[in-house]
Ligand binder design. Sequence first.
Ligand SMILES: [Zn+2]
Length: 1001
Amino acid sequence: MALDDTRGKSLSFTPMVIEDTMRNGRGLSDQWADTVVVRPRTTERHITVHKRLVLAFAISILTLIIVTVIAVLLSVKFEECNADSTASASHGNLTKFNQSRDALFNHRGEDSFQPWRQLRLPGSLRPLQYDLHITVFMENFTFSGEVSIELQCRNSTKYVVLHADRLAVQKAVVYSEGKKTRALKIHRQFRYPANQVFVIAMHRELESQKNYKVNITFQAHIEDELLGFFRSSYVLYGEKRYLAVTQFSPTHARKAFPCLDEPIYKATFKISIKHESTYLSLSNMPIEASISEEDGWVTDYFSRTPRMSTYYLAWAVCNFTFKETVTDSGISIRLYARPDAIQRGSGDYALHIAKRLLGFYEDYFKVKYSLPKLDLLAVPKHPYAAMENWGLSVFVEQKILMDPGVSSISYLMDVTMVIVHEICHQWFGDLVTPVWWEDVWLKEGFAHFFEFLGADFLFPDWHMEKQRFLTDVLHEVMLLDGLASSHPISQEVLKATDIDRVFDWIAYKKGAALIRMLANVMGQPVFQMGLNDYLITHMYGNAGRDDLWNKFSEAMQKEGRDINIKEVMDLWTLQMGYPVVTITKNDSVDNSVTISQEHFIFDIKHSAPSNSSFQWQIPLTISVGNSSHISPESIIWVSNRSESHKIGSVDDGSWLLGNINQTGYFRVNYDLRNWRLLIEQLMRNPEVISVGNRAGLIDDVFNLARAGYLPQNIPLEIVRYLSQEKEFLPWHAASRVLYHLDKLLDRTEEYNIFSEYILKQVASMYHRLGWPTSAGNGSVAQATYQTEELRREVIMLACSFGSKHCHQQAITLISEWISSNKNRIPPNVRDIVYCTGVSLMDEDVWEFIWMKFHSSTAISEKKVLLEALTCSDNTFLLNRLLNLSLSSDLVPDQDVIDVIIHVGRNPHGRHLAWKNFREKWDILNTRYGEALFINSKLINGVTEFLNTKAELNELKDFIQTNGGGAAAAFARAVEIVEANVRWHSLFEEEFFQWLRKSPTS
Ligand SMILES: [Zn+2]
């Protein structure tokens, strides 16, 4: 599953602001924290329930009277009857009676063990296969189903406990399988909504080692809420069309059919779907047979799946069209999308890379793709960026469709990574599945890590794993994981409603960062060998983290390296946070350094004492360098709080560098003398230090200073080397950390001293690189990625920090567009140009962009245009945009949240967005309350740059009265705003003092 990780690209700043870097981690990080809001029942269901209750009550009373009379007459001691003997009457009315009797009196005998009350399924029954038939009624958005589940009884039990949520079960029958199949007597059946289960209590125990079959018929709604089997719509040639599709991960298959909805219960599935013939249906497997009926209905019969879990089962009913390609090994890959998009060729890119990626993974894992086909389905609405259903992966349109010539490189990269991610899951997740959700990071961390390996395969020039991984994953997640409100990557979860919580950036990004660290320690061939062994051993089954660690340890042993991977990795996966390693030269002893570790935390003064016991086994790579040379790295395993080590030969002029190429998941600090030597080296000849380490030094130094581990002038001194920097990555790392500082300072009196200082560092590179020439007509992939991205980064910084030349260029480009009505602005800088234009030019430009937003059909372009509207300096326009977004359908639902967040990033709109957020919270909560991640994204997005005491108090007050539902997101918000406020009070003066005296300011 891919979360919506818009890769810090589109802008939302008036030309004072830098890049939208924090959006990824902060905005979305706590998407899953709140509790589930239960939908009100439909009126129809209300009435049915009501009637049934009345009827049941009347019958119960009547029965009670009759039985009491009989009992008194026969002098039977009624209360001694156990559940079994009273259940012998099989009439429905008596069952009802027994139910109410049970509820009243029963806490004895076998019912005292009530497996439905447990948060996990009892485990006495294991599903072997499901036959599932679904009939889909698109005209009233309902469906009916019949499921037949073959179960193996492992421990004798009286109860069949199945997950079922929001389904109206009509009939349940249990058969024993064997020589003579017969229906077994059911004692009673009931729902236990608290655990989303449906329970069939049998008259007699089901016997161990025997097989049974449960047949259930049911009905449900095709909801409008992006979970279970849901619907969405799109407009084609002016006509509204509907489609229905599933999203079962993590716990929503139970909303579509009764099942054992935990990943460990793998089974095979045979699905058939009946629908009107104007639609087509899709599922994990290919269609075996389609049978048309006379009345315009069709039933599609899909082949039986291999053993799999419920959460990546899928089906869809739509009237899309498709394009197809076939791999060398004969696997059919189809991309299904709305007909106009297919016709435009918007799916061609995805199809092309999907084919290549299937080959890449087959080679890397040395395990063939398991299914005969892979469909990629592009839907207009989806709760995540994409979902990896085996053989039928579902993507939100913006993450798979591409319009060449219009989409920017970053959009292309975004689409690419999401596709690489989902295809990786066909092995990691689908073929081998985590045992339970606490190890969700196993599948998500791997898929996220492989995004970078897969992208490197497709575009070797991008150097994704060596470079972009650092800024997009490592630096990003270290921000989050440095908060006291972070959590360990393996989180215990039991309740279904808490499971969404584990899909957060810690699982994805920290998971990927830890796997990358391990892969680098092991070396690629050994890592690959371990993975292959793991996949082969556990294919079509489940595995936990220890299974993987064992395979890795074995692979290492084969190479004669004896490292207990589990022992090392448990420290990283079961403890939250990460260490800062401090390397100090010992003056007294030659060539000796002291290496110490402590838990890095942004709030060092307030860090909880309990965390001081945190310790890790750290694979620290270290090199010694001087003005022209750096030594080969050596590895030191640091496991104590403080240790002394001998390092090659260290003279007075040489510096130490730790965490070579930033492969490790930790920060490195040095004594101040070493920092000065490193900065001198960067100023004189940066290339002695690797690109990854240059980016790493920038990120570490800014964050160490932000948290108070270093004086504030060190980061300001280090950015002076940027004029020498010719590579994209260090610039990107710099613009991310500067963006944060910019937001912290953009409403301070002395802001200009800061912006002028930064602009000075940027100016020479800006003038050297210049602007990209016209839009061209080739694919963006043709452009040399590194050069174009560097140019973009520098232009963005220049425009943000007030370069007159940059502003003029943007104004010229916009004016040309308006006068010619031909957009010749290069796609890669459109967001910068639009945003700058909107902020500097008059209201007409805002209106022009607003109009273009409505008339544009290219999905990537629409988003860029909308975000540009949030860049205005004019609070009247910002207010108008907020109102239009909140109270009309002119802005698509899924973009409303982005509008509010982006207005909040604009210093002229921050107050407005924050005010609107508080005033409209009820409306927003009603509108998005069920999509919890949207709520948390909003909360963290709107609050993350609040930085005054007054705003902090407003936030706390607001939480007091409104914060109940989203406690975790609000807790993080408070911690971040507190840190912002603290930075001002502790460090702002020191920061500006240095700037005022700085020679270049
Ligand atoms: Zn995923």
